[in-house]
Unconditional design. Structure first.
Lengths: 152, 264
């Protein structure tokens, strides 16, 4: 079936099979591999995207459900000449180890800071509870959230 | 696999009658896992996410009607969180923000897992399930809707359209046992409502029998609740915990949640 949607401000179209997830559609058909494919069951958050402005796991959204909707992936965050402030904060805080969880975390932090510009430690922990870092680099990730909030 | 995408409830019910084999899908947090891991391969999916009538909630004469498409995130916000505090607390323990943004109350009912986090608070508030088909609408008490492990009274041509509740206004809370606060399927869970108008305490537990189950005691006998719940539970040993641990933990949760309600 044809799926036609807006991704990172651009109108795109592609074919998806009925049971296909938005995640594999983004990665394999639209060739946007920034959203990572790990657990495929909503446990790890590495496929996090904004769906009509709401943070979701793209592995749990049907590609067909995205028809006519708007998706922002990690590829859509940076401006032409500069990283998104959250991405820059991750770089500056050294919040990246192997990097696999980073795209999902960056999207989740962008969502958090849009809703709560000055989150408390507890708010940060609860908001990022759906994003796993198997390198266990959480302390630097929390530092990056603080840094991004401070700079905003 | 065909994806049917109705825009209105009438369209959805007509498609449901024509394609009883189609798997209804709303937020997708249960169904996508089944599809991706090949646990089920239905011929068709009936996507309800565009049906506006299923979204949000309405209030009339103090009664609440929660649309089947109401998300956990929405259930955590005022004014619902004020009217149904135990449901809001339970919603906050579901998965992660990503899951709560997509997962719905209707989906929790449709899946009918004994571990469904929304079920104990809804049972404790004596919720009724609204089921619709092309031939009409019926409501069932939630306890009559839940038949067994992932088995419900939903007929092949019906859809869960809403949950109806008259909030008791009583002190209430929810507690859940698991290895961490997020991303946990309940080892066991308990909702308690102290209903002073009815002069009773209603509790409902999850993950400790084939369905979530309610236990009611007169207010004067509230102290017996932990024992009554432990007796009513019929837990099993599984990968998450032993039956013995579940029964013990329910007793502890009953004591704690009662204390919280009495103090508040």
């Amino acid at each position: 079936m044809k799926v036609s949607l807006t991704v990172n401000g651009e109108r795109l179209e592609g074919d998806a099979w009925g049971g296909e997830s938005l995640l594999t559609f983004l990665r394999d058909t639209l060739e946007l591999p920034g959203s990572k494919n790990a657990c495929e069951q909503g446990e790890c958050g590495s496929c996090s995207v904004l769906f009509d402005g709401t943070l979701v796991c793209s592995c749990l959204v049907l590609a067909a459900q995205a028809d006519g909707h708007e998706v922002v992936t990690v590829e859509g965050l940076a401006r032409e000449d500069a990283l998104h402030p959250v991405q820059q904060a991750f770089v500056d805080a050294g919040a990246v180890q192997c990097g696999f969880c980073t795209p999902g975390l960056v999207v989740a932090v962008v969502d958090l800071l849009e809703r709560v510009p000055r989150p408390s430690d507890d708010e940060i922990r609860e908001s990022l509870s759906g994003n796993l870092c198997r390198c266990t680099g959480y302390a630097k990730i929390f530092d990056a959230v603080g840094l991004a909030a401070e700079r905003a | 696999m065909e994806v049917l995408r109705p825009r209105t409830l009438d369209e959805a019910l007509a498609l449901r009658a024509e394609h009883p084999e189609a798997r209804p899908i709303q937020g997708g947090t249960d169904v996508l896992v089944e599809l991706t891991f090949g646990h089920s391969r239905p011929d068709a999916l009936l996507d309800l996410s565009e049906v506006a009538e299923l979204r949000g909630f309405t209030q009339e004469d103090g009664a609440l009607r929660l649309g089947a498409g109401l998300t956990y995130t929405e259930a955590m916000r005022a004014p619902l969180a004020t009217r149904l505090p135990a449901l809001a607390e339970a919603s906050r323990t579901v998965g992660s923000p990503q899951i709560r943004n997509r997962g719905t109350i209707g989906g929790n009912l449709g899946t009918g897992s004994p571990a469904g986090d929304a079920l104990p608070p809804l049972l404790a508030e004596r919720a009724e399930v609204e089921l619709a088909s092309v031939s009409g609408t019926r409501t069932l008490p939630l306890e009559d809707f839940l038949l067994g492990v992932k088995r419900t009274a939903l007929a092949g041509d019906e859809l869960v359209t809403a949950v109806r509740i008259m909030p008791s206004g009583g002190a209430q809370t929810f507690a859940k046992v698991g290895p961490r606060n997020a991303m946990v399927i309940a080892i066991c869970s308990l909702a308690v409502v102290v209903d002073t108008t009815e002069g009773e305490v209603r509790a409902a537990f999850g993950s400790a029998a084939v369905t979530a189950k309610r236990v009611t005691v007169p207010l004067a006998d509230a102290a017996e609740l932990p024992d009554l719940i432990a007796e009513a539970a019929a837990p099993i040993d599984d990968v998450r915990a032993t039956a013995e641990y579940r029964r013990h933990a329910l007793r502890v949760l009953a004591t704690r949640t009662l204390e919280r309600c009495v103090r508040s």
